[in-house]
Design a protein around this ligand. Sequence first.
Ligand SMILES: C[S@@+](CC[C@H](N)C(=O)[O-])C[C@H]1O[C@@H](n2cnc3c(N)ncnc32)[C@H](O)[C@@H]1O
Length: 186
Amino acid sequence: MSTKEYIKNFIKDPNIASVTPTSKQGVKEVCSKMSFENRVVIIEYGPATGVFTDYLLNQISHDSVIITIELNENFVHYLKNNVQDGRVHIHHASAERVQDIMDEFGEQADYILSGIPFTLMNNEVRRNIVKQTHSVLKPGGKFLPYQTFFQRDRHLKDHLHEHFSSVQDRYVFRNIPPMRVYEAIK
Ligand SMILES: C[S@@+](CC[C@H](N)C(=O)[O-])C[C@H]1O[C@@H](n2cnc3c(N)ncnc32)[C@H](O)[C@@H]1O
């Protein structure tokens, strides 16, 4: 998708929350906490135009799976037309439906990547998504949200501590805007 088109979507939909897709360096940084040696089941919340999806498809094995959950209809349409790989399952839904989606899929996930804007959500929605996220991960599975650098602990980190046994965060400056990146382990 062209930058102009991405920005048009951003202006129409506040849930997009970032004026440009994550940079290549940002994608690599977030994914550096994943291992691709074995088959993996990955969930991606808010893939938008698929910058993470594309990167992951080059890393994962032929029998691995990526389940994307995207709220914006235009991005879902774009993904369906541009990511034609049998390993990717594209859902037009909110991350609030992850439990139902994974019940239907019949497996738990190794990793969940997430660019959805927890800062803009109300507390109940945040809690609900983090709780369901924890429940659909395998033991030892990782939740890897990447957020804007100014995010407060109450917007996400405090919720992660409620459910996950280990929570770490760091800042990634090779992205516009810089990101606050978390690693929460079940
Ligand atoms: C900051 S953008 C990240 C886009 C992309 N992953 C990237 O790194 O460039 C946030 C994305 O999350 C989507 N989104 C926002 N709220 C969502 C929700 N509750 N469930 C699923 N997707 C959501 C938006 O439509 C948008 O595509």
